[in-house]
Each structure stands twice: as structure tokens, then as C-alpha cells.
Design a protein around this ligand. Structure first.
Ligand SMILES: Nc1ncnc2c1ncn2[C@@H]1O[C@H](COP(=O)(O)OP(=O)(O)OP(=O)(O)O)[C@@H](O)[C@H]1O
Ligand SMILES: [Mg+2]
Length: 243
């Protein structure tokens, strides 16, 4: 579904990623683990059309994403839960969710489906239903993360990308988020999850990422992945994948 080949990303003269390859097959839940500064967010942003300077290949369902703007990429079935959630704090929970479907409101035939998706997200995270009219900025950290995931789902993606959704959350909330991802996978969604902590992520039994990171600036060893997974140090650098 997603294929990244020898991706190199630049911020001006700074090279943030130097040669990353990975592929995600339909229906897979993939977890990639990397240290601070390894280039995880840059990778996801490049895939979403948010990085202007990159080399290599990024293909979604065998079509190149080169030159496409983020809204077009979202319309092609990809949706990002960004690092730090990036909600609209003064707006209500409901309006944040509706914004996730922003591009779909243009098409009249989508309206009924949007209403369906809203119900589905509320069922997935009942607390969002309870807090529907509350400003998003007044939610707890865990609730905000659920809202960020819910907003991404409102785009009705076929491939969901998540950038460190467990950041700053208590273990039971991490569990809840990962359980939700497993449920989404069982319903047929393809998921690429980026995390720093292998141990937590391993509990949702992600499959091998048949890809490789190379020569990234990040450093540092990851910790063991825990009982249901095993962590591998990838060649030469500070990024790891879970088996
Ligand atoms: N806007 C930017 N301008 C210049 N350099 C940047 C920019 N954003 C990121 N970088 C650099 O690119 C490299 C990769 O950053 P990135 O944010 O992708 O890492 P990360 O793996 O997501 O880290 P973290 O775990 O801290 O979120 C870092 O060296 C960072 O300093
Ligand atoms: Mg990051």
C-alpha cells in the first residue's frame, strides 16, 4: 500500500533523513521505533506532502506522491495523527472531528457517510461523545489523543499514520490507544505507527516492517521490546524495528 524507497529529506541545507526504505502492505499494523531526532516525524510529514525538499520515491497504492499537496494525498486515502496532536483548542470536540472530514464536505454524496463516521468515532471513544461541546483544549491529554485519532479517522483513511500517540500518556491510556489500533486493524485498516518506546508498542503485536533505515542523525539504543516482540538494531544507526 505504501512504499518508500531511499528517501532523503532536507530542511534547507540540513539533511534530516538520508536514505530510508520501507513498505507497508494492505491490512498491516507496522510499528517503527526510533530515537529522538532520528527523523520519524520528518518521514511521516514527507509521506503526507508536508516536506518540500525530498529525494527518492514515495508511492501510495503504486502511484507516486511526488509533487502532490497534502489535501490531495488525504483524498487518496492517507491520514496523519501528528506529533503533539495539533488540535484546535478553542473549538469544540465536535468541530475538531468535523474538520477531519473537511475535504469530504465538498461532495454532497459524502454527507451521510460523514454522519456515519462521526457516530463510529464516538462509539470508538465514548468520552468524545460526552465531551462533544467542550473546547478541545480543556480535554485531558489522553482525551486529546483520542480526539486527534478520531479527527484523522473522519477523513475515512485507508492508511492511518500515527506519530508517537503514546507520548506523555499513563500506561492504561497507552493500552487503550493500542487496543483501539488493533481493533482498527481487525476492521481492515492499514496502520503505520511511529514510536520511541518499543516495549509498549510490542504489546499490540505489530508485524515486521520490511524496510530499512540508514544513516540517520538519531542516536541511542532502544530498550527490549517485551514479551510479545523483539527489537532489532538496524544497520549502523539509532533506529530500530520490532519483529
Ligand atoms: N523545521 C526544521 N528545520 C530544521 N531542521 C529540522 C526541522 N525539523 C526537524 N529538523 C531536524 O531533522 C532531524 C529529524 O527531526 P524529526 O523531528 O523528524 O525527528 P524525530 O525522530 O521525529 O524526533 P522526536 O522523537 O524528538 O520527535 C533532527 O535532526 C531535527 O533537528
Ligand atoms: Mg517526532
Amino acid at each position: 500500500m505504501l512504499r518508500v524507497r531511499n528517501l532523503k529529506c532536507y530542511y534547507g541545507k540540513i539533511r534530516a533523513i538520508n536514505g530510508v526504505s520501507l513498505s507497508v502492505r494492505p491490512g498491516e499494523l507496522i510499528a517503527l521505533i526510533g530515537a529522538n531526532g532520528a527523523g520519524k516525524s520528518t518521514l511521516l510529514q514527507a509521506v503526507c506532502g508536508l516536506i518540500s525538499q525530498w529525494e527518492g520515491e514515495i508511492e501510495l497504492e503504486k502511484h507516486s506522491l511526488r509533487g502532490l499537496k497534502a489535501p490531495t494525498i488525504v483524498e487518496r486515502g492517507l491520514s496523519l495523527v501528528p506529533e503533539g496532536r495539533l488540535l484546535f483548542p478553542p473549538m469544540s470536540v465536535l468541530d475538531n472531528l468535523r474538520l477531519g472530514a473537511y475535504l469530504r464536505y465538498r461532495r454532497r454524496e459524502q454527507r451521510a457517510l460523514i454522519a456515519e463516521d462521526l457516530e463510529r468515532v464516538m462509539a470508538l471513544f465514548p468520552v468524545l461523545q460526552e465531551r462533544a461541546v467542550q473546547p478541545a483544549g480543556t480535554l485531558s491529554g489522553g482525551e486529546q489523543q483520542m480526539l486527534a485519532i478520531g479527527r484523522a479517522l473522519m477523513a475515512r483513511p485507508r492508511l492511518l499514520l500515527l506519530d508517537e500517540p503514546s507520548m506523555g500518556l499513563a500506561p492504561f491510556l497507552v493500552r487503550l490507544i493500542l487496543d483501539t489500533l488493533v481493533q482498527l486493524k481487525q476492521e481492515g485498516m492499514t496502520i503505520l505507527l511511529i514510536e520511541q518506546r518499543a516495549r509498549r508498542t510490542a504489546d499490540c503485536r505489530p508485524r515486521v516492517c520490511p524496510g530499512e533505515w540508514a544513516d540517520c542523525p538519531g542516536r541511542g539504543r532502544g530498550r527490549p521490546a517485551g514479551r510479545s516482540g523483539r527489537e532489532t538494531r538496524l544497520p549502523g544507526q539509532g533506529l530500530s524495528r520490532i519483529l
